[in-house]
Design a protein around this ligand. Structure first.
Ligand code: GYE
Length: 324
């Protein structure tokens, strides 16, 4: 654990905090057999979220967690309120996947003020305002910029046409994976001058919205021959819209995406999707490990990075049985 000496410690002492604990470090966690653990899920409208919540439930018993899990049903305001109620219920530690970067800042700040160490899982908050090692212990998750870059690399290497006209389906506006998957992909693909992004619009990481947005964008840009979706659910929705309009995904339009869901691996096997860059939802065991190391006083890096694989026709069939 980081022990930073800082200017504010004298003030902190003056405020009645015990010596040695300053406001610029995250609250300590006792070593004990059982913990009251909060997991404030943001929504449960896709297989990725359901697999993640299940991973926390599956880990609870072996890690000694009395788990309090909530579902904010797609509302950042409810997610903040869910964290408030967990604080009131006396959780020892909080695992939080912040739906959006800014609206969830108050939840992080309140948990810290209540003396509860917070681990951000799968998405981060605005790190210009809240920093790992100070406001929250660490961010556990993937490198979203790199995921976007890897999707772009695959497309550059595998696209055989002269001109790639891309429609991009963005994730939830203001969420860290939507911001970074866009940046990583756009910067990389535009270095290859065969490609142009003609439209980029949010589908909120949801299948149905991906389908609807694709339907509209296809009317405005019938010449599109590449779809880059920030997650598999939107990619599957886009495939449905394209097929309804008489297009042939995998033949006259290339689909690239991120996550590695069962439906996406099946779409790759069926020849409809080109690639999906993995973004694993199985955070339970990692959360247990990092929490225990933190309790033991180990220094935790501000970003505990999850390594991702890439799924294509070469390996999709090998991994579909373990997919969700
Ligand atoms: O890709 C998506 C989910 O935050 C990494 O959120 C996660 C993303 C994941 O809803 O499917």
């Amino acid at each position: 654990m980081k022990r930073r000496i800082l200017l504010g410690s004298a003030i902190a002492l003056g405020m009645g905090l015990s010596a040695g604990v300053s406001m610029a470090e995250t609250p300590p966690l006792e070593v004990k057999d059982t913990y009251r653990v909060g997991f404030a899920q943001m929504e449960s409208n896709n297989p990725w979220r359901i697999a993640e919540t299940k991973s926390f439930h599956d880990t609870a018993e072996s890690c000694g967690w009395e788990l309090i899990a909530t579902d904010a049903a797609g509302s950042a305001a409810k997610q903040v309120a869910d964290v408030d109620s967990m604080i009131a219920q006396g959780i020892d530690v909080l695992f939080l996947p912040p739906r959006e970067e800014k609206p969830l800042l108050p939840a992080v700040m309140k948990a810290k003020a209540a003396g509860i160490p917070t681990f951000l899982v799968d998405r981060s908050v605005d790190e210009a305002v809240a920093q790992p090692g100070e406001h929250f212990v660490a961010f556990l998750g993937s490198d979203f910029i790199e995921q976007g870059e890897r999707a772009a690399d695959w497309l550059s290497a595998n696209f055989s046409g002269d001109k790639g006209i891309i429609v991009e389906l963005e994730g939830t506006t203001g969420s860290s994976p939507a911001n970074d998957r866009k940046k990583g992909f756009d910067d990389k693909i535009l270095q290859d001058d065969r490609f142009e992004i003609v439209a980029s619009q949010t589908g909120d990481f949801a299948r149905d919205m991906g389908r609807q947005v694709m339907e509209t964008l296809l009317q405005a840009h019938p010449e599109v021959n590449v779809v880059y979706a920030h997650n598999d659910e939107m990619a599957i929705g886009a495939i449905q819209a394209l097929e309804l309009a008489g297009r042939k995904p995998g033949e006259d339009i290339t689909i690239v995406s991120i996550d590695g869901t069962r439906d996406a691996l099946q779409a790759i096997i069926d020849g409809k999707m080109g690639v999906t860059v993995e973004s694993s939802p199985f955070f339970g065991p990692l959360a247990c490990d990092v929490m225990k190391r933190y309790a033991a006083g180990e220094e935790i890096p501000g970003w505990v990075k999850v390594e991702d694989r890439v799924f294509t026709i070469d390996n999709a069939a090998d991994h579909i049985d373990e997919a969700y």
